[in-house]
Each structure stands twice: as structure tokens, then as C-alpha cells.
Design a binder for this molecule. Sequence first.
Ligand code: GDG
Length: 456
Amino acid sequence: MSRLIVVSNRVAPIQEGEATAGGLAAGVLDALKGHGGVWFGWSGEIADNAEPQPAREVGPITLFTIDLSRTDYDQYYRGFANGVLWPVLHYQIGLEKYDRAEFAGYKRVNDLFARSVAKLMRPDDVVWAHDYHLLFFAESLRNLGVTNRLGLFLHIPFPGPGTLRTIPCHAELVRAMCHYDLLGFQTEQDRAAFLDYAIRWSGGRMIGDGAIAAFDRVVKTGVYPIGVHVDEVRAQAGLAANRRVATRLRATLLDWLILSVDRLDYSKGLRQRFMAYERFLQDYPNWHNNVTFMQIAPPSRGDIDTYQEIRRELEGEAGRINGRFAEVDWVPLRYLNKSFPRNVLMPLYAEAQACLVTPLRDGMNLVAKEYVAAQNPADPGVLILSQFAGAANELETALLVNPYDEEGMAAAMDQAIAMPIEERQERHAAMIKVMKENSLERWRDRFQADLRGEQS
Ligand code: GDG
């Protein structure tokens, strides 16, 4: 089989024998472990004379990383990727901060990645790029004369043309994406939005089997919902050695635990969720003293203004809600602005009778799937899930909510806590069935088969 080269903004810190990572990293590692291959990306370091680092071998995987200069980091990563693409692709156009120099910096770093990867490439290698940081990467490689098969999987949503067109360089973005051979999306809605733009605004033409002809190229598009290792999550959640923190937590709880776990990001709908919980405490006083809502929110992108603002805002709201409802022996909201090792997190999922996953938009949302996977099938908890998470397309028996509807979310919390065991079991079994079908292995294998032009 031809060699696989994976390219992503960051290369996950991997060590042999380490507990399996989540999401992207787990899928990529699986894909590379099988037949070996190369993983290329930014080292996470900022250096004035950015030079590629020496290769590092981890089992059959060769890791290549590159440092970024301060200007590249500011323009490519903080600027265009996280100040324009992240908000707009999550439909948050009010947060978009476009700057031409930053867009130029984004393309410059895509060129830098392409030049570095081109040096490593053999004639029959296939390249699998990940996410919104690398929309220009294929065009950069083509400009260097590379003709290998190139695919991109977009982990985040793709919005309709009305939203995308608020990005001043929208036409260039879509043209650049068409230099890939395969574009993978999380949901049919994302793929349809891309095709809508490509056909109505770029003169593209459907040619069957999800492929379009545009810009003198043929691009195949596909839907590949990312999954989790269901059995592995359940095993991690139940392992006695992992359960110490969960046991300590349980000892401090009065009865019910509602849990949320999200990177501290405005797309995750944390402020709306806090408001909905306040509404729940106000409208359903019968649960007072019995319910605890715990929000775990590891800080992320802390050097970007909008992320500092949401952090300040949530700290204020958590204090205000507790000030309003807490009793001497009951703190209704616990807000933990820190991360936990994965093997501690999975037992925490198992401990919670309900999980609130209510992003305003999300490509997939793996927390929702991990929570379901971690449950005891005989006495499972209830997933309350935003209809705007990609996962809602598969997890139809979750309690689906609109994250902009505080009363609706409050009612769902009440329904979740009061739900009879038979209904919980039924809903959970249906979700596990879908998740086993759409596993992480299937995501990895289907994308690679399509990228290599094989039958999946
Ligand atoms: C992007 C897309 C898409 C969270 N807190 C801790 C921790 N986590 C882990 C979770 C989960 C992962 O991080 C988060 O994944 P999500 O899918 O929820 O969200 P994003 O980070 O925004 O990921 C998303 C995903 O890519 C994959 O395609 O689903 O839509 O935005 O695995 O468990 N892990 C540890 N400690 C924590 O405190 N160890």
C-alpha cells in the first residue's frame, strides 16, 4: 500500500505506550500505526528562525515538525485561522476579524508547509490533510508540481454561501479547496453547503458520485462522521485504577450530577448553558439541594481576546448563579477551568446521570459520543444534545435541544433527571448501535479508501 502522509496544524505529542488520545489524534494514530507513515505539522514552538526539526521515530510513524515565527503565528494561527475561519465556519459572523495581511500570512504558512512536505514526498504517497488551517495547502503543493492524491477532512462545520461570503476572500478559499482530490465533511449539511457554493458561485458542475468539476479539476466530496473507540472508552471509564477522582467526586455529591466538558470556546455555547441551568434552578425548585452541574472547561487559545472575554464572563456568571441559589451545604454549579488526564475524564463521564452538550455549532462533538460510550448500559445516563452539533445527525435518541432556547434546555434537564430506567436504556442502546456502526475505524478506513480511489 502506498505510504500515508498526514498533515495537520499540530502534531499531537505522542509517546509509545501512552493512553489513547481523543478525536483527531486517535484516528490519525490508528491510520498511521497500521502501515506506518509520516505525520507533519507545527511543533507548537515559536522561533525567530523557523527551521524544520529533525525527524522523530515513534514505532512505524515518522514525525516531522516545524517551528513558526512570531509573525507567522500571529497572522496564520491567531489571525486568519482563529479570527476569521473559526468564527465564520461556526456561523458566528459577528466575531469575524478580517485583515488582508493576516490572510497573506495564512497563505504563506500553507506554502511553507507545502514546501516542507514536498521535500519528503515519494511519487506514490497519498496525503491526508486535516482541518481549516490547511485550506490552501493543496493549491500550494500543486503550484510546486505535486500530482499525488491529496485529501482534506474538515473537522468543523462548513456554512452556507450566505455566511461564507462574509469572508472577503471566500472565492479564493473555495478555489483553493478544489485543488484537493477529496474533500471530507462531518455531515451531509456541511457537504451540501460546500457544493451549493461551488456550483452557484464558482461555476462548478456536479458529475455524479459526490464529485464536481470546477476550476479545471475534478473534486470528490464525501461525508465521514468521526467516531470514538466505543469499547475502549467504556473500559477506561470502568477501570478501578482510573476511578479514584470519580469516587472522590461522588463522595461530595448529594444526588444527581449533570456534567459538561468542553474546551473553553464560544462555539460551545457555555454562556447559554449557564443561563439555561439558572433557568432550571428557577423553574424546577423541587430539584434544589439534589442536583449539581459540573462544567469542566480547559482553557484554550488563551492569547486571543475573544477567548479571554468568554473566560471572564463565565467566571462572573458562575459566581452570580451560585450566589443566587447556593445553600450552606449545597453549591449548585461547579466550574473547573482546568483539564484532566483522559483516563480520569472517562470515569467522570460514567459518574454523571446527565451530560449537557449544547454547542451553538459543532462539526461533530466527540464529548457527546464519549459520554454515551462511557455509560453502564444497564443504568445509563441521559445525553442532552444540541441540534446544531454534527453528532445530532446520528444520536437521534438523545434529548435534542436548541441551545438558544433556555426554557427548552431547562425542561430537558428536568426530563433527563426524571427519566425512567427503561426509557434511558432504550435511548442509550439506539445510540450505541449507531456509534458502533460509525466507529472511528470506519471514519479512518472510508476516508482513506476514497482518497486512494479504492472500493470501501
Ligand atoms: C474539533 C471539532 C470535532 C476535553 N477536555 C479534556 C479533554 N477533552 C477532549 C474530549 C474530546 C476532545 O477533547 C474534544 O473534542 P470535541 O469534538 O468535543 O471538540 P473540538 O476540540 O472542538 O474538536 C469537533 C472534532 O474536532 C473531531 O473531528 O468533533 O466538532 O470542533 O475527545 O474528551 N481531554 C482531556 N482532558 C480534558 O480536560 N484529556
